[in-house]
Design a protein around this ligand. Structure first.
Ligand code: C2O
Ligand code: CU
Length: 461
């Protein structure tokens, strides 16, 4: 009999699938321990920069790289040394509900000076991230996030595997967080709080080591509050998309990758010696995001990128229960009134008095807005209609969903995602098997939109 560990490193997808679902199996895996402490800390975004006062995990921007292996248990002792309550959310992880980090829904917020132990099995390998989930529009904007990489095998995380975590900060002339615009109703009702300063892995235009030749994987992650960014390499060289939102996909070629807030895309670059720079090209002024410099390989060189199949198959849409979600509100929208706390009021009044202006199905969202009660094992099709004038990065906690779209070109493509960018006016279908019990948040990851009402709960029991 082969052991679980050996079975995983052979990576046969059928075997993996049969091993994954139960918690009991995962508990047999190794426990990977970390300690994360949230506190005010200073950080320099570039060499001659002034020290910026941020809120960080372990005084680092981004927070420390948490890396673990599929099948292990992640055990994080979290300490809150901020002056306000906070939580940690493990974005994209098919988590245990009580470890999902949504204050007031899955746990009480961790008060200043208190700690909380997050402990959960890592069922899937992929590119994830963690971030604060209390007043995220402020806490994430101040720096409370970091990368979480779960590898398929013990051989991963070598110098062929590069994390590229991007963020869009709003800084003032002194390189400090522009705090007076936090909470701006104008931003909340429009495209969210856009920054003016781009970083990769916590630095402006960093130089990142890459191997001299051979393949390299870039794990692109966006921690931006609201900005949608697009990246390309020097000379618009082709890149192969091999995973989105952590989930492996049949590889396809692109020359640009668009990342909405919270999205991840893993790209394979076949020949590292052609990779000199990464540019952000969503505005009229392309920005150099990072420069790559060759460095002799250190560590293991044993990374294989072959597609071994999806995490789980696309369920049969014909058997799905349909749940309609009509997204409304925001500036220049057609929503004139909505239900807030059960009372119908004009949107103008709710906006000025309560700071809320987005709705699902005519109701301003909150952790109390139940979008659907779903039975464990049901196939669900969320039919989502973005009936607003803005784009939204819709995120479902606790499970990925299948969505077929033309986001990567003209041919419709079905991808497993946890965050999908909806264009203004777009209708989309999110298909998933509800096999993870608990209260799961569904919200816009433009963090100002979520704070202003674009969120609700799908309960699975
Ligand atoms: Cu990145 Cu509600 O999450
Ligand atoms: Cu939004």
């Amino acid at each position: 009999m082969i052991t679980r560990r050996e079975a995983l490193s052979f990576g046969t997808s059928g075997l993996l699938l049969s091993l994954m679902p139960t918690l009991g199996k995962s508990e047999e895996g190794h426990v990977r321990q970390y300690r994360l402490e949230a506190s005010p800390a200073q950080h320099r975004f570039y060499e001659k920069a002034k020290a910026s006062d941020l809120w960080l995990y372990n005084a680092q921007s981004p927070g420390p790289l948490i890396s673990a292996q599929q099948g292990e248990v992640l055990d994080v002792l979290f300490v809150n040394n901020l002056s306000e309550p906070t939580t940690l959310h493990w974005h994209g992880i098919r988590n245990l509900n009580e470890m999902d980090g949504v204050p007031g829904l899955t746990q009480d917020a961790v008060e200043p000076g208190e700690s909380f132990r997050y402990r959960f099995p890592l069922k899937d390998a992929g590119t994830f991230w963690y971030h604060a989930h209390n007043k995220a529009w402020s806490q994430v904007a101040r720096g409370l996030y970091g990368p979480l990489i779960v590898s398929e095998s013990a051989h991963a995380n070598t110098s062929r595997d590069i994390v590229v975590l991007v963020d869009d900060w709003r800084l003032d002339e002194d390189d400090q967080i522009h705090t007076t615009s936090l909470g701006s109703l104008h931003d909340w009702s429009h495209g969210g709080r856009l920054g003016n300063f781009l970083t990769v892995n916590g630095h402006a235009e960093p130089v990142i080591d890459r191997p001299e030749q051979g393949p390299v994987r870039l794990r692109l992650i966006s921690a931006a509050n609201a900005r949608i960014m697009t990246f390309e390499t020097n000379d618009q060289r082709p890149m192969q998309v091999i995973a989105v939102d952590g989930a492996p996909c049949a590889p396809f070629e692109v020359t640009q990758v668009t990342l909405a807030p919270a999205q991840r895309v893993d790209v394979l670059i076949k020949e590292a010696d052609a990779l000199d720079a990464l540019f952000e090209v969503s505005t009229a002024d392309p920005l150099r995001a990072a420069t790559f410099a060759p460095k002799p390989l250190g560590g293991s060189d044993d990374l294989t990128f072959g597609f071994k199949g999806s995490w789980y198959p696309q369920p049969d849409a014909k058997q799905a229960r349909q749940i309609d979600i009509h997204m409304q509100g925001g500036a220049m929208g057609n929503l004139t009134s909505a239900k807030f706390d059960g009372v119908e009021r004009s949107l103008r009044e709710i906006a000025t008095q309560e700071g809320k202006l987005w709705a699902f199905n005519g109701e301003i969202g909150s952790y109390d807005l139940n979008l659907a009660e779903v039975s464990l094992g049901e196939i669900i099709k969320l039919t989502v209609w973005n009936d607003t004038r803005w784009r939204h990065a819709m995120h479902l906690h606790g499970q990925h969903f299948w969505v077929t779209s033309t986001e990567f070109g003209t041919e419709p493509r079905a991808l497993l995602r946890d965050t999908y960018l909806m264009q203004a006016g777009e209708r989309a279908e999110f298909l998933f098997l509800a096999d993870n019990p608990g209260e799961w948040l569904f919200h816009c990851h433009m963090l100002e939109h979520h704070a202003a009402g674009m969120g609700g709960v799908i309960s699975v029991s």
